[in-house]
Design a protein around this ligand. Structure first.
Ligand code: PEP
Length: 262
């Protein structure tokens, strides 16, 4: 499979947004846009990652969409199963609520909530062992980019997880390359820079796993309707993880549409 034959993914990361009524409206508008002009599931996988409290409501609301839209958890516990862990939600509890996807390693979790490499590995191990599919986020800081170590940092983040992913589990992983300096800042990596990093990630994945050629590698960092076509045109960018622009139904639709035409 060449990178261009991987079905693209467009996933909206809602972060700690929006209020319930706005979330309801956003999904209704998005479903209507899909109704007016379909984006076939085989052209682009689409997912949304609402807050934990909204996950099952949004999942129910998406049931009558004219295509599959996955509901994605933004995080999960480093502890598995059930038990006395106040405030935590495990992989098994997500699975029990039919949530089949989870984001792991988002830079906001790494930077603001102390998710170090060990924590990320534990979360990934739990998610994969509960048969969840994982969108694993990697990315360098501005300082690391300026020091010329961006590639090294990103490849290390990928190597970090190699010890916990069993051979057959690689097919349940999607990578999201999100340079930290481009998240929520309005600064997008240039398509050429993003493409170059995606090539390196692909090379790294191929060395780690025989599934390496098939893994979707998404770009994230200020993706919007205005830059989606250009990013989608890059041969090794297999989709987008979208923050801010996913809170607007029209923008999110246009981004998905751009990748569906890839
Ligand atoms: C993100 O949080 O994953 C993200 C890419 O955010 P934004 O699109 O707002 O930069």
């Amino acid at each position: 499979m060449s990178s261009s034959t991987i079905t693209p993914w467009v996933v909206g990361n809602w972060k700690m947004n929006p209020m319930q009524a706005d979330a309801f409206q956003l999904i209704e508008e998005f479903k209507q846009l899909l109704q007016q002009q379909e984006i076939p599931s085989e052209r682009c996988h689409i997912g949304v990652a609402p807050t934990l409290i909204a996950l099952t409501n949004i999942q129910a609301q998406l049931k009558d969409a004219n295509r599959t839209i996955f509901t994605v958890a933004q995080d999960l516990s480093k502890v598995s199963g059930t038990g006395a862990y106040t405030g935590e939600v495990s992989a098994e509890l997500l699975r029990d609520s039919q949530i089949a996807f989870v984001l792991i390693g988002h830079s906001e979790r790494r930077e603001l909530f102390g998710d170090d490499a060990e924590t990320v590995k534990a979360k990934l191990h739990n998610a994969l062992n509960a048969d969840l599919k994982v969108i694993y986020c990697v990315g360098e800081s501005l300082e690391q980019r300026e020091q010329g170590v961006a590639e090294q940092v990103v490849l290390q983040q990928i190597c970090d997880i190699a010890s916990v992913v069993k051979t057959e589990q690689w097919q349940n992983i999607v990578i999201a390359y999100e340079p930290i300096w481009a998240i929520g800042t309005g600064k997008t990596a240039s398509p050429a820079d993003a493409q170059a990093m995606h090539v390196k990630i692909r090379e790294g994945l191929k060395q780690i796993t025989t599934w390496g050629a098939n893994i979707a590698i998404l770009y994230g960092g200020s993706v919007k309707a205005e830059n989606a076509v250009e990013l989608a045109a890059c041969p090794d960018i297999n989709g987008a993880l979208v923050g801010g622009a996913s809170l607007n139904a029209q923008s999110f639709y246009q981004i998905a549409s751009a990748f569906a035409q890839k």
